[in-house]
Design a binder for this molecule. Structure first.
Ligand SMILES: NC(=O)c1ccc[n+]([C@@H]2O[C@H](COP(=O)([O-])OP(=O)(O)OC[C@H]3O[C@@H](n4cnc5c(N)ncnc54)[C@H](OP(=O)(O)O)[C@@H]3O)[C@@H](O)[C@H]2O)c1
Length: 236
């Protein structure tokens, strides 16, 4: 089992690397900074410094992967960040950056690996989206949830388009995550990594997974709260 994890240097990505290695997979991690500290060097983990906004850098990474025979069975597009684009006035360049990282920085890999997956008739592409697609929860950031919603929608469309080929497209909508669980609604990176790993390794992965459940149901209910009330009491 070969797994690609983007955004592998820290946070959820580093936890995913650990989890897939624990399950016996070979893992290729990608991030801009250096490799995660807790992962031991070894034959089963390779790490490349690569900015997912840089198409040339991605193509070089894909070339390195294919030359060494590393065609992933599972590709998890986890690299992502909320870039502030509306702190004072609205900044289009920062808005665009949200899309470059969170949307294009994921789907560009699909173009590279889909032909291999289709030839094989199997493989899982996994997108790490966000529960903010159901109700915004980032102040001063307009483009983050918009880019994640576009990612969710792109994966839904890819799933339908390629359903007969055996290639699977799955989307995860995590709520708040952190190293240590610090609120009643959130979860830890290691629990999130476990959920993602179990679903992507399943014989029939669920197409959309929302977690943690409590935050998911609360977020869905918040959709019905009028904007004026939401802004006054919740959006901070
Ligand atoms: N934390 C949450 O509460 C939460 C909730 C919902 C969804 N999410 C989503 O879950 C994913 C992981 O979140 P996290 O909390 O683990 O975030 P994090 O701790 O900030 O880590 C983000 C990872 O993405 C990488 N990354 C960011 N921009 C990149 C770029 N341009 N090129 C390559 N790598 C890049 C970072 O590596 P470098 O900085 O080394 O490049 C890092 O490894 C993200 O997609 C995030 O949007 C997070």
């Amino acid at each position: 089992m070969k797994v690609l994890v983007t955004g592998a240097s820290r946070g959820l990505g580093a936890a995913l690397v650990e989890r897939y290695l624990f399950n016996g997979a070979q893992v290729w991690g990608v991030g801009r900074s250096s490799a995660p500290a807790r992962v031991p060097d070894g034959k089963r983990f390779i790490y490349t410094q690569c900015d997912v906004r840089d198409a040339d850098s991605i193509r070089m990474t894909v070339r390195d992967m294919t030359e060494t025979g590393f065609i992933p069975d599972i590709a998890v597009f986890n690299a992502g960040a909320p870039t502030k684009d509306a702190a004072d006035s609205f900044r289009f360049q920062s808005f665009r950056e949200n899309f470059e990282t969170n949307l294009f920085g994921a789907v560009i890999w699909v173009e590279e690996f889909l032909p291999h997956f289709m030839k094989r008739g199997s493989g899982v592409f996994a997108a790490v989206s966000s529960q903010s697609v159901f109700r915004e929860n980032h102040k001063d950031v307009v483009g983050y949830s918009a880019s994640k919603l576009a990612l969710t929608k792109a994966f839904e469309n890819l799933r339908l388009q390629y359903l007969p080929t055996g290639v699977r497209f799955v989307t995860f909508h995590p709520g708040r995550m952190s190293k240590v669980r610090n609120s009643v609604i959130g979860t830890t990176y290691s629990n999130a990594a476990r959920i993602i790993c179990v679903n992507t390794l399943a014989a029939s992965p669920r197409p959309v997974v929302n977690f943690p459940a409590l935050q998911y149901y609360m977020t869905r209910v918040l959709r019905f709260v009028p904007d004026a009330v939401f802004h006054r009491f919740i959006f901070r």
